[in-house]
Design a protein around this ligand. Sequence first.
Ligand code: TA6
Length: 282
Amino acid sequence: MAKIERIFLQSGMRGISIEHESGFGATVTPYGAQVISWRAPDKRELLFLSERATFAAGKAIRGGIPIVFPQFGKGTLPSHGFARITEWEVVRADAENGAAVLHFRLASSDVWRKEWPHSFTADLEIELTDALKTRLCVRNSGESSFQYQDAFHTYFAVGDIDSCRIGSLQGCNGVDFLAGRAEFSEERDAIQISAATDRVYMNSPRIVKIDDPSTRTTFVIEKEGLSDSVVWNPWQEGAVALGDLDPSDYKRMVCVESGNVGRPIEIAPGAEHVSTQSLRIS
Ligand code: TA6
């Protein structure tokens, strides 16, 4: 049977801790509807969360699975959009068929209407079994079509970035954000990170894997309704510049983000789009 517990995080922020009978656990805060912890049965943390992460209104929490919506990266809105710096409504927190199920909702309000004048509802469902599933349904509740980008900006905890291998992206075309958005085609069957990396792989496979030999872990990312994968590591210079990472944190994390980045999603009035990611370890 799944366990659900309401808790308080650092700086008094609310959280919900969940555990599945398999022994997998997770912690989610309604602030940003953000997963900040995903734990293996042996209690090992599978997601990276910076010890310097701020848990304060208006600031993004560095780690876990930030929800990127409605904008990826920089633009008219704060970086990666307003969803991750807004309190979501807790619609549901209980067990269903043995899984722990959380449901959060965010609806358009006047706060960002000037910068993003669209009416929407966003529903995020999180389901914990021996996998961690996040499902974002965005519905257009307005009178005109709008476009948006979304992503699960997942920070995977790794033992040693030098020995990690990201597979399944060979043959993808992409854009390198650190080389003036230069286009590239990925030749490697296994990508190793050995410097600051910030690349979007367009139309990436439904399943992308990260091998972390130092912890004998393979992360299996399965996505649907999410066309692209972003691979990011700030490396040491980027970690220092961000301020909410320890300078050596780049060795212990890698972001592989399932998103709709290259081509925004467009939904007509009354229509919706569902983006789903499921994470497992093997
Ligand atoms: O997903 C990669 C990226 O867009 C990088 O360019 C870097 O900005 C990273 O996200 C973190 O962004 P944040 O706004 O969370 O500091």
